[in-house]
Ligand binder design. Structure first.
Ligand code: KG4
Ligand code: ZN
Length: 364
């Protein structure tokens, strides 16, 4: 049974894992750089790259120890080679190539987005084709996974990624980075039906693209609207009640937008793949998939559509090395091995035929 080491360094997590072909995760370590970036309210690429460099050796050693194997027991080394912050990607990729070269092992260049998409196959053995909603700090896409390496991108954001929109809106509300989880916590304080009704009336937010055809997303108007609401409130620190109400209204609006877009994708999926699996799978992945409100809404939607809803456990939804190792295994089994000449790619779309979209949040 194949065993692969997975290395993930494309953003602000140094993540190393060892995974076996049968889906056993032998080790899975994630070192977050949250503290390093907190003061800046976002990920600073140069700081991220240095931190990866400082910790990667120790973490690889620890992951191998946890898995109770040594390099000679490996069948391959997989590393994220894009898309992502290029400095960090280079560090993980070079570490992976060095281990592979030294121990004469196949090197597997992994697309970070593919790793998120295929996590469902690691956890649930999901059969192709399946529908994927990928919502993270850098990406917001609706994809069909047809096979390893074969994707159709049906929707993407035309401006901010959803996680980015959570983080920027949270920052406007005075919440600490990373905003997503903090915003969710605040929204929970807007708990009574009366408070919720008042929140939606006091802080109405736009739903860009909602009701339109297709599966694209737009979130930048939402952030601007939050800014306008905040500016109209009394100067100084916002009171807790207003923050909770803003966060609640934001979360409800985002949930409705995502459901509207996914509804279109599901219709398109049933039309395009009438002979697909019964029931077909709908996979949600990426850091924002941790959001409970979003999960619940997606669960309802997919139940109505009679789809199998798959949300990997939270530790495998956000960035991790196990998902990288898993794509390494899938590639290895197909004989899709890379040479050491493979380059790091800041942008690497999963579907090269998909139309390019403008906007800072579109990293692929
Ligand atoms: O996939 P991920 O760990 O990293 C990449 O961007 O690739 O996603 C991180 C993003 C951040 O924007 C974070 O704020 C968001 O996921 N996030 C959440 C929640 N937990 C993490 N957003 C909303 N609600 C959450 N509970
Ligand atoms: Zn990610």
């Amino acid at each position: 049974m194949k065993i692969v080491l997975g290395i993930e360094t494309s953003c602000d997590e140094t993540a190393i894992a060892v995974v076996r072909e049968d889906g056993q995760i032998l080790s899975n370590l994630v070192l977050s750089q949250l503290e390093e970036h907190k003061a800046f309210g976002g990920v600073v690429p140069e700081i991220a790259a240095r931190a990866h460099l400082d910790h990667i050796d120790t973490l690889i050693k620890a992951a191998m120890q946890d898995a109770k194997i040594d390099f000679t027991n490996l069948d391959g080394v997989a590393a994220t080679t894009g898309p992502g912050l290029i400095g960090g990607v280079m560090i993980g990729m070079m570490a992976g190539k060095a281990i592979a070269a030294t121990h004469d092992l196949p090197f597997l260049a992994v697309n970070h987005l593919e790793a998120h998409a295929l996590t469902a196959r690691l956890t649930n053995q999901t059969a192709f084709p399946f529908l994927v909603l990928l919502v993270s700090g850098g990406h917001t896409q609706i994809l069909v996974a047809e096979d390893v390496g074969v994707y159709k991108r049906w929707g993407t954001t035309i401006d901010d990624a959803l996680g980015e929109c959570f983080d920027k809106s949270a920052k406007l509300m005075g919440l600490e980075y990373p905003g997503g989880p903090n915003l969710e916590k605040m929204a929970a304080f807007c708990a009574s039906p009366q408070a919720q009704k008042t929140a939606l009336e006091k802080f109405p937010l736009p739903s860009p693209l909602k009701g339109r055809q297709g599966c694209d997303f737009s979130f930048s108007g939402l952030k601007t609207s939050i800014r306008n609401h905040v500016e109209k409130l009394p100067a100084g620190d916002l009171n807790r009640e207003d923050i909770a109400a803003l966060a609640y209204s934001f979360q409800i609006t985002v949930g409705n937008i995502v459901i509207d877009r996914c509804h279109n994708a599901i219709e398109q999926f049933f039309q395009t793949y009438p002979q697909g699996n019964k029931p077909p799978a709908f996979v949600v992945c990426g850091g924002v998939a941790a959001n409970k409100h979003l999960r619940a809404k997606l669960q309802d939607l997919t139940a109505q559509a009679k789809m199998d809803f798959i949300a990997p456990p939270l530790a495998l939804c956000s960035d991790n090395g196990a998902m990288i190792a898993w794509v390494g295994i899938e590639k290895l089994l197909k004989g899709d091995i890379d040479t050491f000449a493979v380059a790091a790619r800041p942008r690497w779309p999963l579907d090269p035929t998909a139309e390019k979209r403008p906007g800072g949040g579109v990293k692929a």
